[in-house]
Ligand binder design. Structure first.
Ligand code: BES
Ligand code: MN
Ligand code: ZN
Length: 503
């Protein structure tokens, strides 16, 4: 896709479709009024008719009258006071999704006043809109099917229209946005693939191809070496399946090298290719969704590749413990006591609390490789989805300064996080008769306890992102299909890029 940023007036830009955002119910003034006038007044006529509802991300596609574009799309940006960076991102995505199944090769998108509504102004709007258009072009229905009739249109050209702006700066930002969007889509494509397709070994193979394509070094640890390393929790989860576990380790930068902020950041993602629950088996209802339980892994694999594209050589480590959690004669049993890589003993009361087991060993290994700062990302608990739904990721961290650094990366990335407390009193509910602690306690405060468990495996600043609610949508929206959302990819990339060494 060619990217152009132009300073022409929207009515002078030739394209198959000209998309224009409008605020309110709608409010036609300034350039929008001129677009409408030149378009033959169809927009104001539609508004009078009641067709232009103000519901955010709703879009109509109409004839373009005297405009140079073939068609005109008006997309509702909602009330201007409530526009956020994420709204701008989603406007880009909704424009592209509205054109799915249509014949569109060139799309022109007018920034309008969107830049005035967000931090970073028009430059930020250009990045977010370009990223949104790319993310809006992701369609899971094309993964296993050829000739899907509602496939998003493949654009030859995206033209961002921003009269009076610094076009070079906008172009650079939009290019960054495209790379960010492509990275999210890489993660989403892997996330959505089914468990009969993507086993831990297949995921490791995909990771290898991605690493090699981006000049990254990769090490895939098989069970024998994991045993030598003492990864008893990781192996306990993996042993129930015929598809053996793989600990995927991708690195950029020199060994032991720190980034410009003096950090060696490690991002650790849960890679449960299928979570049946194991012997503590899950109910059948919605069990098919547990193919998505590898989303954290796919996200860190894609994120390190995106960082390599935007700032090659940035010191960063991505670790993805990949397993299949299955019941069978070799599975770990409730009550099994295993030893973690850091020497702590764990009483596995519930084999369905498997994510924290594989993450604990992966975090410990990250520190062994020199990590000074940790972020783990996981579809860890149903509780977080019940608490926050699919729009807000639950996050924990300590010390607070490290949490704040991750949260501000999240803001730059136009993603939403809600900090959850780490409540010391609940830790005693995880005391074991035999081991240092159990992997679950009573259900009350279960979300907090999942973080208390993980904290046992971090000795450096650590943040935990629980994306069980946000990793995938059960229903499509105007801005995203059902399935993987790519959540937190951009946050992790922004966090790592904060330590990029300027050339
Ligand atoms: N992968 C699940 C969490 C999950 C649930 C992700 C729904 C996405 C949607 C996780 O491994 C799990 O089973 N968690 C248990 C923990 C419990 C046994 C302490 C849960 O949340 O019920
Ligand atoms: Mn589970
Ligand atoms: Zn799980």
């Amino acid at each position: 896709m060619q990217l152009r940023v132009v300073g022409d007036q929207p009515w002078d830009v030739a394209a198959d479709v000209l998309a224009v955002p409008y605020f309110g119910k709608p409010r036609f003034d300034g350039a929008l009024a001129e677009i409408d006038r030149r378009g033959g007044g169809e927009l104001t006529a539609l508004a009078a008719f009641g067709e232009l509802k103000a519901e955010r991300y709703g879009a109509v596609v109409i004839a373009a009258g005297g405009l140079r574009a073939g068609r005109l799309m008006a997309i509702a940006a909602g009330e201007p006071e409530t526009v956020t960076r994420q709204v701008v991102l989603r406007i880009g995505a909704a424009v592209e999704r509205r054109l799915a199944g249509r014949n569109v090769r060139s799309l022109a998108l007018w920034l309008g006043d969107l830049g005035d509504r967000i931090d970073g102004g028009a430059v930020a709007a250009a990045e977010l809109l370009a990223r949104g258009v790319v993310e809006g072009g992701f369609e899971p229905a094309t993964i296993y099917r050829d000739g899907y009739e509602n496939a998003p249109s493949t654009l030859d050209e995206l033209i961002l229209i921003a009269p009076g702006a610094d076009l070079a700066a906008l172009k650079q930002a939009a290019e960054r946005g495209v790379v960010m969007g492509e990275g999210a889509n890489l993660a989403r494509r892997l996330d959505n693939r089914s468990a009969n397709d993507v086993t831990p070994d297949v995921l490791a193979g995909e990771a290898r191809a991605i690493a090699e394509a981006n000049g990254l070094s990769i090490d895939v640890i098989e069970p024998a070496r994991a045993a030598e390393l003492g990864m008893g929790m990781f192996l306990a989860v993996g042993r129930g399946s015929d598809n053996p576990p793989r600990m995927i380790v991708i690195r950029s930068g020199e060994e032991g090298e720190k980034d410009a902020l003096g950090r060696r950041l490690a991002i650790v993602g849960k890679g449960v290719c299928f979570d049946s629950g194991g012997i503590s088996i899950k109910p059948a209802d919605r069990m098919e969704e547990m193919k998505m339980d590898k989303t954290g892994a796919c996200t860190v694999i894609a994120a390190i590749a995106t960082v390599a594209r935007l700032a090659p050589g940035t010191p960063l480590t991505a670790i993805a413990p990949a397993v299949e959690n299955m019941p069978g004669p070799h599975s770990a049993r409730p009550g099994d006591v295993v030893k973690a890589m850091n020497g702590k003993t764990v009483d596995i009361l519930n084999t369905d609390a498997e994510g924290r087991l594989i993450l604990g060993d992966a975090m410990c290994y990250a520190e062994k490789l020199g990590a000074t700062n940790l972020v783990d990302i996981a579809t860890l608990t149903g509780a977080v989805a019940r608490a926050l739904g699919d729009q807000m990721t639950g996050a924990f961290g300590t010390p607070q300064a490290w949490y704040d650094a991750v949260a501000s990366a999240g803001e730059r990335a136009a993603e939403r996080y809600w900090q959850m407390p780490i409540i010391e009193e609940y830790r005693k509910d995880m005391d074991s008769w035999y081991a240092d602690f159990t992997n679950t306690g009573s259900a009350e405060g279960g979300l907090i306890k999942s973080a208390l468990f993980l904290r046992e495996f971090a000795t450096v600043p650590w943040v935990h992102l629980d994306i069980a609610g946000t990793a995938y949508f059960r229903k499509k929206t105007a801005y995203a299909p059902a399935g993987a959302t790519g959540v937190a990819h951009a946050t992790l990339v922004e966090l790592a890029l904060a330590g990029a060494k300027k050339a």
